[in-house]
Ligand binder design. Sequence first.
Ligand code: BGC
Length: 757
Amino acid sequence: MDIKQVISQMTLEEKASLLSGLDFWHTKPVERLGIPSVMVSDGPHGLRKQDQTGDHLGINDSIKAVCYPTACATAASFDRDLLRQIGEGVGDACQHEQVAVDLGPAVNIKRSPLCGRNFEYFSEDPYLTAQLSTSLIKGVQSRNIGVSVKHFAANSQEHRRMSSDSVVDERTLREIYFPAFESAVKEGKAWTVMCSYNRLNGEHASQNRKLLTEVLRDEWGFDGYVVSDWGAVSDRPKGVHAGLDLEMPASGGINDRRVVEAVRAGQLDEKDVDLAVERILTIHQRYLDNAKPDTVWDKEAQHKQARQMAAECMVLLKNEDGILPVKAGETLAVIGKFAKEPRYQGGGSSHINSFKVESLLDALEGVPGITYAQGYDIVSEEPDEELIAQAVEAAKDAQKAVIVAGLPDSFESEGYDRSHMRIPNCQVELIRRVAQVNPNTIVVLYNGSPVEMPWLDSAKAVVEAYLGGQAVGGATKLVLFGDVNPCGKLPESFPLRLEHNPSYLTYGGEGNTVVYNEGVFVGYRYYDRKQMDVLFPFGYGLSYTSFEYSNLTVSADAIKDTDTLTVTVDVTNTGKVFGKEVVQLYVSDRESTVFRPVRELKGFEKVALAPGETKTVAFSLAKRAFAYWNEDLHDWHVETGVFDIQICRSSRDVALSRAVTVESTVELPAHFTLDSIFMDLVKNKKASQVLKPIFEAMSSSFVGNDEEVSDVAKSAISDEMNAAMMLNMPLRGIISFGGGQISREQLEAMLDTINNG
Ligand code: BGC
């Protein structure tokens, strides 16, 4: 179809009609021109296709589908292939079900453990989020199904989600909140982007031209269409001009008419309308040209895949005395409602109608020596003495007790934020009481976001399983029994207490205003800089085997910021069983004129190793790995200096480190004035050259060689003080202290040479 040609045949009304949905999930057709309606559906970790009544809250049933592990879990895999496979699976389901666009992944950053939607998001770290979500995108789109990477941008809370205004400085946006979207566009070639509900720096995301056109298209080269989050549109004509192409769901024709009126009144250029139509039709045509409704959607095969994946996402947080894995023949008391009815996904628009669910008890069927007690209920937080007593009885008689605990649905969901970081009281009490009678107590957690663990001492082992999808029970068994060696790492810090979180003081905002005043210091970037104890750091996770690192090499000791550095490191499985290790590479800037985190994740690889086996892992580091966002340059910038390349076991545990000097090839623009101080001037090459004679002459002049200055006075002024006085002095100080030797005109001429010469 020649799309431009078709558009030229449309009336303004027809074009405007294409800019909003037909209903909840379909776009409008234009039958006379052969333009069909297409369908879009949620969501990131499985298909939520609603055949009947549509809603965006996960209320009405959708077709039976496969629920893969949710993003909070898959992020812990640190495994790009795993995400790609989920994408392929969801893509196949979409092809089978004739859904053109899958509304995901959701790549917002976990600013606080409280965000109700954290289970749908990946990480507190932008690099990890970007790498994993882009793999998922590639997987979905390899099936010629579009993704809709969401929610653009800075949408890290549910409270007042349709009205809040995220106030975020440019550097923080670029370094923390944008990278996953940037990668989705540049590397993932995302077909569509979904704008968020919130405002960003005062303007609705749905009509934010800076966001939707200047950054997304002009800078990153996005060539797909932008769809509104469901109901995010405020001023539709303004949105069309800003770059919001498709409004969802239908607005009953109201906003279409406003678009027509705005064009007729000369307030909106018809070319903007044409462009939006062209983008929408181009993407849908890509799907239509490649539609394969006969694609096989093998749900049973995907279920098995989901089980293995969930196991490889689990994070072993504690394993005292090697209590795990459970040995064959050991008797086990399996305790907890979630062992029978697992919580494996979150509530809201991503909610999948799973075609089957596998609990831990299902998976243990036929295994001898298992007893079960419910232990707690999820209706009330209050401990139920009868349920606890049954659990204690079961635990007394078993060699080990496995308590499956976690967060009930009501504790975290799309639509609202959590108010605290605790698991229900009844579960805390249960863990304590069971541990009193059975010291071999193991806790498995099903939750979408970090929890406080005042009960940690009661448990000999803790497995963080997150929300692991419909096969989570089978996966739990695989890990508990050692059929899968745990190899997940925490994609977020677990603070000791909620109050330690950097956004704690202002999370949720005042009224609609939410100031992201911790800036780039999100998650481990904050805890590490503050040297605060955490419960478990970012990147942490144990294994049933052990790994050693050796031979860290760098391709050069000194590079320019235009070069690429190759880093290699050997990793050896020094234990007795097969295992996978996540090799994490962080970069640390030793000295910087801007505030920077201690270290930042810039590379990771997951490697599989047999006992005794060694593999060499290689990383490539380009400019971005060393850079920060410079607001004057409006670009990434590397400051000349020494950087440490660190191979770590977590953000807190450096195994090996090598120093590399990186030289900047970019001179920061000079905007010096007479008020600029020497401290800044001497850092600029040109300024140092021009001002060198003055600087030398002046350095000693605060004490002066003046005979009249007494020795007592001289000794009272230290060299440090002298230097500090000089460095803090503005250029105009030469007039005040230079004894009239240099005129204002001369200084101005020097400035002109520095700034323009
Ligand atoms: C959510 C989106 C979702 C949409 C459609 C919205 O409420 O924020 O993530 O894709 O509904 O269900």
